[in-house]
Design a binder for this molecule. Sequence first.
Ligand SMILES: [Zn+2]
Length: 368
Amino acid sequence: MWLPYRGRTRGISGAQHISTLGLTAAYYPCCRLTVGRANVGGGDDVNAAVTNVGERPVTDRIPEGRPRADGVSEFPTNQPFVLDNTTCPYCGTTVTRGSESDKEHVVGRKFVPKGTLYQSWNLILRACRQCNREKSDLENDLSLITMHPNVGGRFASDDLRLRAEVRRKIGRAISRRTRKPIAAGEEPFIIRGSLGPMQMTFTMKMPPQAEEERLFRLARLQLQAVFYFLTYNRQTHQGYFWPGAFCPLISVRREDWGNPHLRWLEAQTVGWEPRFFVITADGFYKAWIRRKTDANLWAWALEWNQNFRLAGFFGDEAIARDLVVDLPKLDVSSIHETTSKFLKVRIETPLSEGEDRLFSIADTDAGP
Ligand SMILES: [Zn+2]
């Protein structure tokens, strides 16, 4: 599923936690974009927003990075980065202090278990009220869905803060799919079929499901904010949108982290230039962005609450489409099929900790 990038539809394991935030030395800006209306996701032309810089005090709080041998700079992860930005990173509308603008935490404070963002990296900036509200609404149920234990009752991590947060949220968050509170867990999944003369009904249980479109919409917002930061200009107090499309590829639960499509993306992009890498919220939030050399194409991966992983591309859609031609075929079998209906299943592919390298960029890219 590829979402077009246009107008107001904005938007993107328990392994050892590495306390590192990496950006390329040239993170500021990471690329030069020709910014015009075509690249702006709705709202005002960002060029028009530059005019009102005036004598406002500069209150960006971005600490100095420490360059490493491999060209990546490390930044302290015990404090948030704060931008004094003048445009909404999600829609491009002008935002100013005291106007219709809100403080926006890119890693939502209630999106991860309570307490995990304390003295931790986050990106705090200003967003317009409408985008802020839209993002909070996405976070409301997706935070619980991504923290929820699997059908066997197993949590993604033994961290007690995770269990406490699920207890707090259960019954309060409303599933956007079923319009009911996400209560004690599973959604029934009923299959009716016939085998010869017999009519059969199977009822299976699933953990609460998220609409994939909403998962990717939240992913897109988070990535937009990070990209805005990567291209942020401290004189004009604004960053940019990526040129091109948002191309989500996959979202999987922990049980399926070994999914061939996710492993394919990892293998394809491992040599791309790292642009951004973070593990924060005590390992409950992970993200990276890499750029294909000499192309306006970026790959990205996110991990939410040590449970959900999402990945894909943004930028030049034609190049991305050329790449995905080589996606491996998934092993799908049909368990029920008539001329008009079918039900296909695929066994999830777990990933052992030893094989899990998706977010170990800090090790693999380190120079001698
Ligand atoms: Zn906005």
